[in-house]
Write a protein that binds this ligand. Structure first.
Ligand SMILES: O=C(O)c1[nH]c(=O)[nH]c(=O)c1Cl
Length: 310
């Protein structure tokens, strides 16, 4: 069986790779992904300038998933642009995530990426829930349109967007109406579920310091929401916009479910943070075994073929 897939002409040896965020902030962490079975290397969302991020503790794990309020800590845009030539050593695409603090910052970063031959694609983050005072662009449909309008005046590389999870059906229609107006290579569904709260009943306190303990939720907690977002956008978006699944993937079966809902590739975040790079080879092996048992030779044999009951 083959897990290979291609997104906007970018060929991935495996449809499994890392979600932006966990363990992809330094060159060493990115090298580890390059040396793993991940099908691509995706960097931590970059801002124009280096950022320390929010005060610690800002990440916490429970048996059912994670909560984070990192606050966009990253080495700054130039660092991840410079890394691109180093990524060439790995026979896999290097994708840069960007999350500018303003539309202008996003445009400036995208202009600087023009013609960069060692960068396979850009993942424009519309959904960071943890920059105090900054509402998520992805929940403001007019702002999303305004930003995409400006982005597509300058972008030359394949570009996709990282979306927040939506919950109200009309919101899917409203965001799809925006996305379908632009030649996007992909959309990644979903980012963490924003502003959850995990508490410790023993100490009777929150578990992370920033934002009174509020943070983005990932892991098992969010798989049903992630699957719904993958499925809904798969049915609503132009067929040349690929859907990348993200949320609650810790086994081959979880990855299989995302692809059945319509994902062309699958990102792993919380489980990667928990397990390290072995998660990519393990989940790929498990997915391959499931495909073998079901008689599917490749991803397209079952991609999007979720049955309804009517
Ligand atoms: O706090 C973060 O850095 C963060 N945390 C998330 O859960 N999603 C994001 O997109 C970002 Cl940018």
């Amino acid at each position: 069986v083959s897990l290979a897939t291609s997104i906007a002409g970018v060929s991935l040896s495996s449809c499994l790779y890392n979600a932006s965020g966990p363990l992809c902030t330094t060159a060493e962490e990115l090298d580890a992904i390059g040396n793993s079975e991940a099908g691509a290397i995706l960097s931590k969302s970059a801002t124009l300038e280096k950022r320390a991020g929010n005060p610690e503790p800002r990440y916490f794990e429970t048996p059912w998933g994670s909560i984070n309020s990192m606050g966009l800590p990253n080495e700054g845009f130039q660092y991840y642009l410079d890394y691109a030539s180093r990524a060439e050593a790995f026979a896999k695409p290097y994708i840069m995530s960007i999350s500018g603090l303003s539309h202008q910052d996003n445009v400036d970063m995208i202009k600087a990426l023009a013609g960069q031959k060692h960068i396979a694609a850009i993942e424009l983050n519309l959904s960071c829930p943890n920059v105090p005072g900054k509402p998520q662009t992805g929940y403001d449909f007019e702002q999303s349109r305004a930003l995409l309008q400006r982005v597509f005046e300058h972008v030359s590389l394949p570009l996709g967007v990282k979306l927040p999870p939506y919950f109200d059906l009309p919101h899917f229609d409203m965001m799809a109406a925006v996305l379908n107006d632009y030649p996007l290579a992909f959309v990644t569904c979903v980012n963490s579920i924003g502003n959850g709260l995990v508490i410790d009943p023993e100490s009777e306190s929150v578990v992370i310091k920033p934002k009174s303990g509020f943070g983005g939720i990932g892991g098992d907690f969010i798989k049903p929401t992630a699957l719904a977002n993958v499925r809904k956008f798969y049915t609503l978006l132009n067929k040349d916009i690929a859907i990348i699944g993200c949320g609650g993937v810790k086994s081959g079966l979880d990855a299989f479910e995302h692809i059945l809902c319509g994902a062309s590739a699958v990102q792993i975040g919380t489980q990667f943070m928990r397990e390290g790079t072995t998660c990519f080879s393990r989940i790929a092996r498990e997915l391959g075994e499931i495909m073998q048992q079901k008689g599917y030779a490749d991803i397209t044999s079952f991609q999007g073929k979720l049955r309804s009951l009517d």
